[in-house]
Design a protein around this ligand. Structure first.
Ligand SMILES: [Zn+2]
Ligand SMILES: [Zn+2]
Length: 190
C-alpha cells in the first residue's frame, strides 16, 4: 500500500511528519502471519513518525498507541489495556546505494535502532508491527491484585466465582448455616 511506504529519496533534509494508521484488522492479520496468538489489537494503531535526513541515513522519531487485548498470565482472562510507546529508528541508505552488503550498517548512536532499507524505502507496516511487538507487555496481568486461578476448581480466585474458598476457610460455618458440605465418601451417586 502506497500510504504505508516512505521513499527515502523523497524525505526532505529538514524532515517531514507522517501520520501512522493501521486498522486493527490489518494489524491482527500481520500478527497472525508472524505466529503471534496474543496479544491482539482491540483498536487501530495510530501515531506519527517524523523522518529527516542525517547524512547517509534517514532517522525517525515515532509515537504509536492502541487498545490491546491481552490475556492475563495469572487468571488467563482476556482484558483490554492501553498501549503506547515512542521510538527512534535510523535507516541506512547504504543498501540502496549498493556500496555495501545487505545488512551492513554503521551504528553511530547506541540508542537508535537501525533497520534495513527495503527497496529504497521504509515499510511502515513492518515498522509498526516491529515496534508493537518490541514494546508490548510480555507478561500481562489483569491487575496487580489478580490472585490467579484456584488450584482446585480452576476458576478465578477472589471474584466470587470460586466456590472452594468458603468451604476451606471454615466448613463449620457452612454446616451451622444448614448448608451441605461435601465430605469424602459422601460424593454424588454414580
Ligand atoms: Zn488476572
Ligand atoms: Zn476453587
Amino acid at each position: 500500500m502506497k500510504n504505508n511506504f516512505i521513499e527515502l529519496s523523497r524525505v526532505p533534509d529538514d524532515g517531514r511528519s507522517v501520520p501512522l494508521l493501521m486498522s486493527k484488522e490489518r494489524a491482527n492479520e500481520l500478527l497472525a502471519k508472524r505466529g503471534v496468538a496474543t496479544p491482539r489489537l482491540g483498536g487501530d494503531i495510530k501515531g506519527t513518525l517524523f523522518v529527516q535526513r542525517a547524512g547517509k541515513r534517514v532517522v525517525g522519531q515515532g509515537a504509536i498507541s492502541a487498545a490491546v487485548v491481552q490475556r492475563c498470565g495469572r487468571c488467563l482472562i482476556g482484558f483490554t489495556e492501553e498501549f503506547g510507546t515512542t521510538f527512534n529508528v535510523a535507516f541506512s541508505t547504504s543498501v540502496a546505494e549498493g556500496d555495501g552488503a545487505a545488512g551492513e550498517i554503521e551504528l553511530e548512536d547506541s540508542d537508535l535502532e537501525v533497520e534495513l532499507v527495503d527497496e529504497h524505502g521504509i515499510d511502515l507496516e513492518k515498522l509498526l508491527i516491529d515496534e508493537f511487538l518490541l514494546e508490548v507487555e510480555q507478561y500481562p496481568v489483569c491487575s496487580d491484585q489478580c490472585r490467579g486461578l484456584c488450584p482446585d476448581c480452576g476458576k478465578p480466585l477472589g471474584e466470587g466465582v470460586c466456590p472452594c474458598a468458603d468451604e476451606k476457610i471454615d466448613p463449620r460455618f457452612a454446616a451451622l448455616a444448614g448448608l451441605k458440605v461435601g465430605k469424602k465418601g459422601d460424593g454424588p451417586k454414580n
